[in-house]
Design a protein around this ligand. Sequence first.
Ligand code: SF4
Length: 354
Amino acid sequence: MNTFLNCPTDEARLWKPLKEEKVQCRLCAHFCVIAEAERGRCGVRVNRQGRLYTLVRDTVAALNLDPVEKKPLYHYFPGTKTLSLGTMGCNLSCSFCQNSSLSQPPRRGEAVRGERVQAEAVVDLAVRSKAASISYTYSEPTVFFELVEDVATRAGERGLGNIIVSNGFQSRECLESWGPLINAANIDLKAFTEGFYKDICGAGLQPVLDNLKIIRGLGWWLEVTTLLIPGLNDDPGELRAMADFICRELGPQTPWHLSRFHPDHVMLDRPPTPPQTLRRAWEIGKESGLFHVYVGNITGVAGEQTECSGCGAALLRRNGFQAANIGMRDGACRACGAPVEGHGMEIMPLEAST
Ligand code: SF4
């Protein structure tokens, strides 16, 4: 296959030319065929005279210093900060999108906004801010693949981790290109039916399931998130199938984050997820054998602290996005000595009062 890599300028990577000045983008599982002067479905990759260009090579629309717990990643260097960045654009069109002002305008053909940045300057800022990692997040990092590669390469050289927060709808080529650069990922598993992905997200389920297994094989630390939307993806049978998939195919050590839905974007006709639905989903995850199931966007339901997968002792206590070590020493349970699943668990100091 004649796929273009390592092009200077704003020319895109991972595409191939077709007849009549068309191109095929190879970045995500849509594999858009794009005619001259047209954009792909994400709205940020454009065919100019038979070559594919990215509109977000160095145009950052959001940049913040966050607790890594906010991604959410609960088992990757807990208690550290991550410099989070995103551009505009997304390859999906979820009607419940909670970042639609960033993700959707380019899909409607609107202009791409943001500040131009140099990869080296982003990494300098992360180092100055004492971040342990850089997160590619907010919209969908797949569509700013080139920026991720450029920043992540330099970040790795400076000893920083690289985190992808993604819908998991990449091509295999995209994931394998990122392979050695990325250390951790939080991937959405939005539902467990093709109908949901097709009708509500404009995508498909199977590529996401395939990619979760590829990511596991790449050795990145992996956590999975599901936003529970009343009446759409909260059927107990569907949740059990999802939990069984995670446990069987990705491993019981894979943390599963169950997130509360709030009406947003064009999905305004549904109520927030009831606490009892989140509690039942948490129970299903635990019954399926997952060691770590968490409930987010709400407090007091279940799954706020991390417990030892060996003896059940409390290890990490959370208050919002703050985590405190109450039961680990050197990355192992202080009570039974079992190693705690994750990366960088050993760096967290034991809370003084315990
Ligand atoms: S990233 Fe995906 S949606 Fe965007 S042009 Fe490429 S194949 Fe199409």
